[in-house]
Ligand binder design. Structure first.
Ligand SMILES: [Zn+2]
Length: 225
């Protein structure tokens, strides 16, 4: 997974912490995620430096708060998460590794074949199909979109190439996420976008959906909300 360097002028990765006995909140800052990962803690035996076990809070990326799961409590946790897979834009780091469990990947053709008879099934219990040992809901609006309008991002043209059977740790069952690969070899989630945003009265129906990669979707989302 490639990790994007920040552009000049970006404010980088920042987090707040406090040191025992010092009644002050301190800020630690890094121009790039790599420079944070390369840093040995504590820095230069500096007593005010965070250590690997220092509790951190208010983590920001280019001045935007980063949503991080509850397990990231210390410098060491943040290092672990950021050395895994994540996806970042100028304003956001989306951490996936600790949240999402991937079991297998499947070709678009295999998935199409698996869900084709239930793609538009209206009865919930009849929409379940088995894919490689797991039961998935075969009539998801995302699959309806991808199999009727295609897997290509309407905005940048990146194309969905395979499905991954994934779930968040708290989820009971698996679902399929569609991914493409960008020019840097980085995996990009392909999503279902509302052509007319819900906030502007757009409906939750196939006619109002288009295929869009998460990067374009977030860029669009930021403008219309
Ligand atoms: Zn795109």
């Amino acid at each position: 997974m490639s990790k994007r360097k920040l552009f000049r002028g970006d404010k980088g990765l920042k987090f707040k912490y406090s040191v025992e006995g010092v009644n002050k909140i301190l800020t630690d800052r890094y121009q790039t995620i790599e420079s944070f990962l390369d840093t040995e803690f504590p820095k230069n035996n500096n007593l005010m430096s965070p250590t690997i076990n220092t509790q951190i809070y208010d983590i920001t990326w280019n001045s935007h708060f980063v949503t991080i799961n509850d397990r990231v409590k210390t410098v060491s946790d943040l290092k672990e998460v950021l050395s895994g897979e994540y996806y970042c834009t100028n304003s956001d780091i989306r951490l996936t590794k600790t949240d999402i469990m991937r079991k297998s990947t499947h070709s678009i053709e295999d998935v199409r074949e698996t869900v084709k008879d239930v793609l538009f099934e209206k009865i919930k219990k009849d929409s379940r199909v088995e894919l490689d040992g797991d039961i998935i809901k075969g009539n998801s609006q995302r699959y309806q979109l991808f199999f009727t309008k295609g897997t290509k991002c309407a905005c940048c043209g990146i194309e969905g190439k395979y499905f991954a059977k994934e779930k968040r740790i708290k989820d009971k069952s698996y679902h399929l996420n569609l991914y493409g690969i960008d020019d840097n070899g980085q995996e990009v989630l392909i999503t279902k976008d509302h052509i007319i945003p819900k906030s502007k009265g757009g409906k939750d129906e196939l006619e109002n959906y288009q295929t869009m990669c998460i990067r374009c979707n977030e860029r669009k989302g930021n403008k219309t909300e």
